[in-house]
Design a protein around this ligand. Structure first.
Ligand SMILES: NC(=O)c1ccc[n+]([C@@H]2O[C@H](COP(=O)([O-])OP(=O)(O)OC[C@H]3O[C@@H](n4cnc5c(N)ncnc54)[C@H](OP(=O)(O)O)[C@@H]3O)[C@@H](O)[C@H]2O)c1
Length: 168
């Protein structure tokens, strides 16, 4: 069976902000609809803070939460002690969607195959960030500019990991 494709699904501003006060710093319904299209039917893997910011499991997708607290209970989700354990539990999936937040993206960027990014063209105040991407390792394969919403313009962008010497 082929290994699932590992995707990071993220929305970040020009200065790479993803969150503020454990919430999203913008309201972009078209981005939420895009997020749903990308993730529906696939396992979504998230850190405990992101889980708490959602406040409920997202329907139609297995919800996997990562926490070091072995006692942590997440109603409607399964809790794993590490990212690796969550990935190992999802090997039957076609894709695994890692949906944040900052701590989880920092672990996962090295092992992801794709980044499905919403690039919000604004400088935003925030407290959590998407890590910088080394463009020697990634190539942009798609960019779809979206109509402005709530004063924000944004693009849906796909980055794929470049093939290494051994893979090529
Ligand atoms: N714009 C976007 O695309 C997007 C997406 C997702 C989230 N966000 C935003 O990002 C912010 C949350 O990000 P965050 O960095 O604060 O939190 P996070 O990554 O969602 O969760 C952090 C928690 O995950 C667990 N964890 C992290 N690394 C671990 C490891 N190596 N092993 C085991 N458990 C580990 C820990 O839980 P325990 O403390 O329980 O051990 C840690 O406190 C919010 O503002 C949210 O709205 C934005």
């Amino acid at each position: 069976m082929p290994k699932p494709l590992v995707q990071l699904v993220v929305a970040y501003s020009d200065n790479h902000v993803i969150g503020r006060d454990n919430a999203l710093p913008w309201r972009l319904p078209a981005d939420l609809a895009h997020f749903k299209r990308v993730t529906l039917g696939q396992p979504i893997v998230m850190g405990r803070n992101t889980w708490e910011s959602l406040g409920r499991p997202l329907p139609g997708r297995p919800n996997l939460v990562i926490s070091r607290n072995a006692q942590y209970q997440a109603n409607g989700a399964t809790v794993y002690p590490t990212l690796d354990a969550a990935l190992a539990a999802s090997q039957n999936a076609e894709r695994i969607c890692i949906i944040g937040g900052e701590q989880i993206f920092r672990h996962a960027l090295d092992i992801a195959d794709e980044v499905v990014a919403t690039e919000v063209h604004a400088h935003i105040e925030g407290d959590t960030f998407f890590p910088p991407m080394d463009m020697a390792a990634w190539r942009e394969t798609e960019r779809l500019p979206q109509p402005e919403e709530n004063g924000y313009s944004f693009d849906f962008v796909t980055y794929k990991r470049r093939a290494t010497q051994q893979q090529a």
